[in-house]
Design a protein around this ligand. Structure first.
Ligand SMILES: Nc1ncnc2c1ncn2[C@@H]1O[C@H](COP(=O)(O)OP(=O)(O)O)[C@@H](O)[C@H]1O
Ligand SMILES: [Mg+2]
Length: 442
């Protein structure tokens, strides 16, 4: 069986020996400094860590270390005196899964370590899907994204123009970059051009460049975007936005593979592969006379369709976890991930803004979340699991919990250890409950 692994950071290495009984089921690696711990975490992915006798380590340094290594579950063994310091209490509240004070009860410590490992395993990222390295940035395990990946690999090896359709925010640009990255042109440039954002009067010189003196302000020869894509890939995003006269110029380039800079009669050969994308139905635009039919056929040689996110809802939790990890630096300390209610709400939402909307909602939730886990409310989504009328029941449960806490504290004369014992919860849980109910500590 795979032995449970534990990283033990001990201010004095010999201290770890005192807990041998509680740790007998574990393969323990003892390190003496945070630097050694960092190296150990890099080489062997520990999920659970034990901090022993670190009261002497500078608070800010420890805080920084624990903030960086938030994916592990940490348990602290502390001198009782440490808890009389507000900074230590905060450190424990922010980062620790559990803590124990001397004298440590080995049975309780053994249980806490076991629980911590269970929680860490639940939260550990699922193994990344196997994908060609270039497409690794495209997250998803759904059949729909699998088909898209396979199509990308196929079209990447051809040199004909690719047309990518799909709703806004669904990942068209990402798909275009993946095509380039897997193509024989991968060492060449990838030049994105947003056809909707070019200044109408300057489009032609932006795309094709200009000769010196071609117009007022043209002080020197300047290559255009198409030319800079030579040897690589030109990505024409929102190509339906291109005005008709520029559509004609683009068509000429696609037919002849040469361009003229504005104000020049010199013919320049450009070897760039073209990938175009649009969120509008280009065929409809042709029927409405807004887009040249001949250009449509030139661009539409190898079509790719990026499915909307609501058609691959199985990927939503994966994408959300990916965004969470990518922006881990923005999250408040102690925020560990998504509650299951939040994951369910993400799955149920229909994502009109696709992956871009998912990124925005997740990033906002990471900033706003107040607890250890992101809730549906943090994501500005309804709790899909709450049955109609369930809100009232929930509220009365919360009120009852609060009343029980207050009553127990009063009976215990505000002694938290006694209150915790009476309530049958660990002190850590009691602290969490007090925090949740905003019951101020003394
Ligand atoms: N499958 C995916 N995995 C990871 N990130 C994605 C995925 N699809 C889209 N994104 C991200 O979502 C955002 C919007 O994607 P983008 O390609 O710009 O969409 P579009 O061009 O269709 O509007 C980008 O930040 C992109 O990196
Ligand atoms: Mg785009």
């Amino acid at each position: 069986m795979h032995q449970k692994q534990l990283l033990c950071i001990a201010g004095d290495r010999s201290m770890a020996a005192g807990y041998a009984h509680a740790l007998r089921d574990w393969k323990v690696r003892v390190v003496g400094t945070l630097g050694e711990a960092r190296r150990a975490l890099c080489t062997d992915g520990y999920l659970v860590g034990l901090l022993v006798g670190l009261e002497e380590v500078e608070h800010a340094e420890l805080d920084h270390f624990l903030s960086q290594n938030w994916q592990q579950q940490w348990i602290g063994l502390l001198q009782p005196a440490a808890l009389s310091s507000a900074r230590w209490r905060q450190l424990v509240g922010d980062h620790f899964y559990d803590f124990h004070t001397d004298p440590v009860d080995p049975v309780r410590l053994g249980h806490a370590l076991g629980h911590a490992l269970g929680v860490a395993q639940l939260r550990a990222p699922s193994p990344a899907p196997l994908a060609a390295p270039a497409a690794a940035a495209m997250i998803g395990n759904s059949a729909a994204i699998g088909r898209l990946r396979a199509q990308i690999t196929r079209v990447a090896h051809a040199d004909a123009p690719v047309f990518i359709g799909g709703e806004s925010g669904s990942g068209k640009e990402l798909a275009a970059r993946a095509v380039h990255a897997q193509s024989p042109r991968r060492a060449g440039p990838f030049v994105p051009v947003n056809c909707g954002a070019l200044t109408p009067t300057l489009i032609q010189s932006e795309l094709f460049g200009h000769a010196r003196g071609a117009f007022t302000g043209a002080a020197a020869d300047k290559p255009g975007l198409i030319e800079t894509a030579s040897g690589g890939t030109l990505f024409l995003d929102e190509v339906a936005e291109l005005p008709k006269d520029q559509q004609a110029n683009l068509l000429r380039f696609l037919q002849e593979k040469t361009i003229y800079r504005v104000g020049s009669t010199r013919n320049i050969a450009v070897d760039a592969r073209v990938i175009a994308a649009s969120h509008v139905d280009l065929q409809r635009a042709v029927e409405q006379g807004l887009f040249r039919e001949d250009l449509y056929y030139r661009l539409h040689v190898l079509p790719l369709a990026v499915p909307p996110l609501r058609e691959r809802s199985a990927d939503v939790p994966l994408l959300a976890e990916h965004v969470f990890r990518q922006h881990a630096a923005d999250r408040p300390k102690g925020l560990k991930g998504f509650s299951s209610a939040a994951l369910e709400a993400l799955r149920q939402h229909d994502w009109p803004g696709n992956v871009r909307e998912l990124i925005n909602r997740t990033r906002r939730a990471m900033v706003l979340a107040e607890g250890r886990l992101i809730t549906p409310a943090d994501l500005a989504l309804a709790d899909a699991r709450r049955p109609p009328g369930g809100a009232a029941l929930d509220e009365s449960r919360i009120a009852a919990e609060r009343a029980a806490l207050l009553a127990s504290l009063e009976r215990a004369g505000n002694n938290r250890s006694r209150a915790a014992r009476e309530l049958g919860v660990s002190r850590m849980t009691l602290y969490r409950l007090l925090d949740k109910h905003g019951i101020a500590g003394k």
